[in-house]
Design a protein around this ligand. Structure first.
Ligand SMILES: Nc1ncnc2c1ncn2[C@@H]1O[C@H](COP(=O)(O)OP(=O)(O)O)[C@@H](O)[C@H]1O
Ligand SMILES: [Mg+2]
Length: 244
């Protein structure tokens, strides 16, 4: 069997007296939408930050397709097909919606204006805007978008890099039910096209119908993983949520 897309082994990260990650190990296999759940403060965002190179681990290993990532660096990982969204969506507020996609292609910001934008980048960007129903807003500054639209734009922009694995940090938090369904539709469409996902999500109904397997964290480590139905029935998981 081929190596998993992503494997982390024994990750540790402390903040002062808090062990945000404590011997955390998990695997994301190809062609999965893997769910990552756990109470607030269980280390999910810290895991994303360490895996994507925004934070250094104190200990542990990260492997991409079986190869050790010695010094995770966000830009290099992005070029290797690993990218992520943020719990609070990050877009370039003063750039237009279209420019947010063009800049995600990795070309220089100075080259955004005029004929130096590569035609294939522009075509990809316009196709993504159409796919995400943002075409009518292409020339509007991103700061004029609603919160949900910014989350969609952030998602669309990272698809400019044709990622193999996307880490989504609470993609539906704070957005209305229509936007939740829209986000789910886009995840499913990209999954069908071959992209794998690791999704931190609090909406349990969404996790149960979208994700398999589901990984559960508590206190900085993985306490359960498996098919969604099994995880939901696991007494350890119920304890983690109810026991506080
Ligand atoms: N930059 C930071 N500085 C200090 N403590 C942090 C920082 N980031 C996270 N923590 C702490 O680490 C723990 C895990 O946080 P986090 O990874 O954000 O959890 P989750 O995303 O599961 O809610 C929490 O106790 C949190 O307060
Ligand atoms: Mg978080």
């Amino acid at each position: 069997m081929s190596a998993p897309l992503l494997e982390v082994r024994g990750l540790a990260r402390r903040f002062g007296g808090v062990a945000a990650l404590d011997d955390c190990s998990l695997t994301v296999r190809r062609s999965t939408v893997t769910g990552l759940i756990g109470p607030n403060g269980s280390g999910k965002t810290t895991l994303f930050n360490v895996v994507t190179g925004y934070l250094r681990a104190d200990a542990g290993q990260i492997l991409l397709e079986g190869r050790r990532v010695a010094r995770p660096d966000p830009a290099r990982l992005y070029r290797r097909g690993l990218c992520r969204t943020f719990q609070q969506p990050r877009v370039f507020a003063d750039l237009s919606v279209l420019e947010n996609l063009l800049i995600a292609s990795g070309r220089r910001r100075a080259a955004l204006a005029g004929p130096r934008v590569r035609a294939d980048d522009r075509d990809r960007a316009e196709a993504l805007l159409a796919e995400f129903s943002l075409a009518g807003l292409a020339d509007d500054p991103a700061e004029e978008l609603s919160y949900g639209q910014r989350k969609l734009l952030e998602f669309a922009a990272l698809l400019m890099s044709s990622p193999s694995l996307v880490l989504l940090d609470e993609p539906t938090a704070g957005v209305n039910p229509t936007m939740v369904r829209t986000m789910e539709r886009h995840i499913r469409a990209r999954h069908a096209a071959g992209t794998a996902f690791l999704v931190v999500e609090h909406d349990m109904n969404l996790v149960m119908r979208l994700c398999d397997p589901v990984v559960v964290m508590a206190g900085g480590r993985v306490i359960a993983q498996g098919p969604p139905g099994d995880v939901q029935a696991d007494p350890l998981v119920l304890d983690a949520y109810l026991g506080g």
